[in-house]
Design a protein around this ligand. Structure first.
Ligand code: PPS
Length: 194
């Protein structure tokens, strides 16, 4: 097993992985691309506090509302486009998309889908998780090889900055058609659009 978030958006990755093994099963966690871009910005900001504002990175032209699609944080959320590239090399039934939102609200349910996809017995169930009020996320009751609970680290689940609602709405409008295409391609409605 190998995990790297950037594979999904790297042009050469599908050809290379397919050359290694055409049987590879691929699992991708996707979340609302608007929340994703804000999360991405939050992560960069935590490493480089002097970066430009979210708004100035989002727009090529603030007056016309033209989104800067050359900003990688925006690019990554165009899931339908990245999936098109993977479908040149892998059939849809070898790719599982996990809902990032459901992974938080129902981790056992989402992991049930992962286990089924991998042809594994459903070993991980509700019993393995509890909701940690301090962390604000589900955590494992027992970490692997330990009897102690385990939550993900401080870099997962950071507080996002407040973004101007108009900017958020503009991003929603930008992503909507790509999301619709993605729902069609995957056969799953992720519920990101309002
Ligand atoms: N159980 C649990 N605990 C903590 N965090 C959780 C959990 N499940 C999902 N998430 C979401 O994971 C997001 C961070 O994952 P990333 O893939 O962005 O991390 S990384 O870029 O690979 O470091 C992180 O995004 P942010 O909230 O933006 O920090 C979380 O929303």
């Amino acid at each position: 097993m190998e995990k790297t978030p950037s594979y999904f958006v790297t042009r050469e990755a599908p050809a290379r992985i397919s050359a290694m093994s055409r049987e590879t099963k691929l699992i991708v966690v996707v979340r609302d691309p608007v929340t994703r871009v804000i999360s991405d910005y939050t992560q960069t900001l935590s490493k480089r506090p002097d970066i430009p504002s979210f708004e100035s990175l989002t727009f090529k032209n603030r007056t016309t509302g033209l989104i800067d699609t050359s900003w990688s944080a925006i690019q990554i959320g165009i899931y339908a486009k990245h999936l098109d590239n993977w479908l040149q090399y892998f059939p849809m039934d070898q790719i599982l998309f996990v809902s990032g939102e459901r992974l938080i609200s129902d981790p056992a349910g989402e992991l049930g889908r992962v286990q089924d996809f991998l042809g594994l017995k459903r070993i991980i169930t509700d019993k393995h998780f509890y909701f940690n009020e301090t962390k604000g996320f589900p955590c494992l009751k027992k970490a692997e090889g330990s009897s102690k609970p385990h939550c993900l680290g401080k870099t997962k689940g950071r507080t996002h900055p407040n973004i101007n609602p108009e900017v958020v709405q503009r991003l929603r409008d930008f992503y909507r058609p790509f999301n619709m295409k993605f729902y069609q391609m995957t056969g799953r409605f992720f519920g990101w659009d309002d």
